[in-house]
Design a protein around this ligand. Sequence first.
Ligand code: ATP
Length: 360
Amino acid sequence: MDAIRAESLVKNFGETKALDQASITIEKGELFFLLGASGCGKTTLLRCIAGLENPDSGRVLYGDRDVTGLPTHKREAAMVFQSYALWPHMSVGENVAFGLEERKVPRKEITQRVDEALAMVHLEGYNDRRIDHMSGGQQQRVALARALVVKPKCLLLDEPLSNLDAKLRLEMRREIRRIVKENNLTGVYVTHDQEEALSMADRMAVLDAGRVVQMGTPNDIYRNPLSAHVAGFIGETNLIEATVDRIVRDDDELGLSVSSPMGRFNGRISRRGWRPKEGSKVLVSIRPEALFVDYSGVPINRIRGKIKDRMYLGSHIQYRVAAAGDHLWSVTETNPHVIREDGDDIVLTADPADVIILKA
Ligand code: ATP
């Protein structure tokens, strides 16, 4: 199967606009994430791609084939749900076989394909075990096997790890990526967990109020958010209001000098084609880990403040630093040698490459 495209999808539920001209292209073999705050429309978009929901307008294409209006099993797609949707009274084998029986696949072939699907999720030999005798992580693997057994080209996953504990979630992140890649599937995955998305995705789309506001690789979206909304949703950031003083660099990237109540900052824009004018209002975004503590190597972008409080976490420490009145900065220092006390003076600096100037 070639790329999956959603073109200008609109979906209303009464007064609620769940999708508002949402468009995405997912390349063949990609593990693609839909991400956004609760109610932004990501599940509705996944369900339209799956054939579980029909858009009011717009099209869904699998390659050149317009599949809008077709049910899931006619789209070469299989869905894995948050709740697993397994039959608790049936055995593992019976659960996995269910979709094949519905499709009237011959018994001998069913046995062979169930064994293959269980092997893919590393559950060989579990055929006769009852579902309610399987752990949460094993049940999730059965749900994956049940989706894989129909040999889909596209695997659709709706918050598949939400019911697992933290350790299993980490393990299953690797597993799901392995399964998608080993079977040459195109995966579309909905989550509100940004760490899950950053660690697993080839590319992702961030949605807001039914619209796709940014698409890109995890690193691109993290380092080059196009808006304060995306900067604040994907990871943590410090946002401050500022005014453009002048352009300091204009080559492949536009570098700006801006002034704020916290002082002057040199930074760069993340949005090609946007040229804020001198005197215009902007927002400055600096990630907590981009702030160096008491480091003299960067002569510009200095912030002087006092430590308000700290959280020591071994590998790193998180400070909240009060500067210029009440403004609180989040600062993350990795591998801390010195633990600073509340009320201590502190100087923070940031590399201009890590100071992102955004539309206000
Ligand atoms: P969450 O992370 O909370 O699951 P989401 O981003 O997946 O949210 P959707 O489930 O797609 O969001 O919902 C988008 C909007 O459409 C929400 O306001 C939701 O209440 C509404 N909505 C979704 N499905 C229905 C439905 N079947 N009937 C009425 N409203 C719905």
